[in-house]
Design a protein around this ligand. Structure first.
Ligand SMILES: *Cc1c(COP(=O)(O)O)cnc(C)c1O
Length: 391
């Protein structure tokens, strides 16, 4: 017979999913109502209003798509692109590569701006590409590159897209509710996120927001949107006043997102950003005391995703297995050129706490000692001192 569901107890400190607040788990077990029930319509409306606050936008077309972050990515591109359109894709990590793949599947042409993984995309380079390429429909870029731990500044690049009359598409999957995301101020035309990173909700929904300019551009399409499920015009009629049946929204996931957003707004966005900075700095103080080196330069470092080089002579998988089996801690391995060379330590949403920083640093120190790595200084002492000085 099959046993009761009983996965191991874990502390989720990887690139997602992150730990989920008990209030969110409780909200998920709220009894179902029909997806067109007046009570559920109120819940959808409240979720939209809270999403607008978190995205810092007035965009009417702000909803949560049924699907993970990648569905948000696909939705933004498939609605805006028509066959033979050109899209500049700024690639400095894994997720932008995924964007380029989707652009091709839309029948459009990706114009790749390649950048070394671990670096930011330079506005100067964006300017050059936009100048030398004609008839560009949109520019797509990742705000928080989870594969490298790099935060991409967006203000200057936004200005360049406006000058060139190009739509601006932003991946905010790992940035939303972890670092400032300014949808309106940065004049973003289409932005998407996911529930499982800094929103600390299980994976399953993709918050998205489209500007009026983007909606106009979609209205002027001469060919049908190539996805039925992610057709934003039909989804707007479902989430909007008309309430046309499109598909059945995953009711309990919407409950979960509503509660997760309520938690974000109760804490306050600025307070939440500060908390991510604080615990990341403590973690980095600990890691550096132990002689480890961060990948991203301080200026562009993501607090919610701390990518660090694995010390010379230490085996990636051995350490991650020990973290999981002996301490119940999940972290991420490196991707692409960082495979086997880096660890990715997430401090996202509910996972971002002093207790987790201290647990992780002591666990890592013990494992590294077993692996005969000579630790110059104690990680937890350095982190504790950092916390003391912050108070
Ligand atoms: C996780 C992630 C995605 C994909 O989200 P899924 O929920 O895994 O579909 C896209 N972009 C970035 C930057 C991410 O970190």
């Amino acid at each position: 017979m099959y046993t009761d569901l009983n996965p191991g107890k874990r502390v989720l400190m990887g690139p997602g999913p992150s730990d989920v607040h008990p209030r969110v788990l409780k909200a998920m077990s709220t009894p179902l109502v029909g997806h067109l029930d007046p009570d559920f319509l109120t819940i959808m409306n409240e979720t939209r209003e809270m999403l607008k606050e978190v995205f810092r936008t007035k965009n009417e077309l702000t909803i949560a798509l049924s699907g993970t972050g990648s569905a948000g990515m696909e939705a933004c591109l498939v609605n805006l692109l028509e066959p033979d359109d050109k899209a500049v894709v700024c690639i400095n990590g894994l997720f932008a590569e995924r964007m380029a793949d989707i652009v091709k599947r839309c029948g459009a042409e990706p114009v790749i701006l390649p950048t070394e993984w671990g670096n930011i995309v330079e506005p100067e380079e964006v300017k050059k590409v936009l100048e030398k390429t004609s008839r560009v429909k949109l520019l797509a870029i990742v705000h928080a590159e989870t594969s490298t731990g790099v935060r991409q500044p967006l203000e200057e690049i936004s200005r360049l897209t406006k000058e060139a009359g190009v739509l601006f598409v932003v991946d905010a999957v790992t940035s939303l509710a972890g670092i400032p995301v300014e949808t309106d101020k940065w004049k973003v035309d289409a932005i998407y996120s996911g529930t499982q990173k800094c929103l600390s909700c299980p994976p399953g929904l993709a918050p998205v927001s489209f500007s009026d300019r983007a909606i106009q551009s979609i209205a002027q399409r001469t060919s049908p949107i190539r996805s039925w499920y992610l057709d934003i015009q039909m989804l707007q009629s479902y989430w909007g006043k008309e309430r046309f049946y499109h598909h059945t929204a995953p009711i309990n996931m919407v409950y979960a997102l509503r509660e997760a957003l309520r938690l974000v707004l109760e804490e306050g966005l600025e307070e939440r950003f500060y908390r991510h900075q604080l615990h990341s700095k403590a973690l980095v103080a600990g890691l550096e005391a132990m002689g480890l080196k961060m990948i991203a330069p301080l200026e562009y470092r993501l607090p919610e995703l701390n990518a660090v080089y694995i010390p010379e002579g230490i085996d990636d998988v051995t350490v991650r297995k020990a973290l999981l089996n002996e301490y119940g801690i999940e972290i991420g391995g490196g991707l692409g050129k960082f495979k086997g060379k880096a660890w990715r330590i997430g401090l996202m949403g509910y996972s971002c706490s002093k207790a987790n920083v201290m647990l992780f640093l002591s666990a890592l120190e013990n494992i590294l000692k077993t692996e005969k790595y000579a630790i110059p200084e104690h990680g937890i002492s350095a982190a504790a001192e950092f916390y003391r000085n912050e108070n």
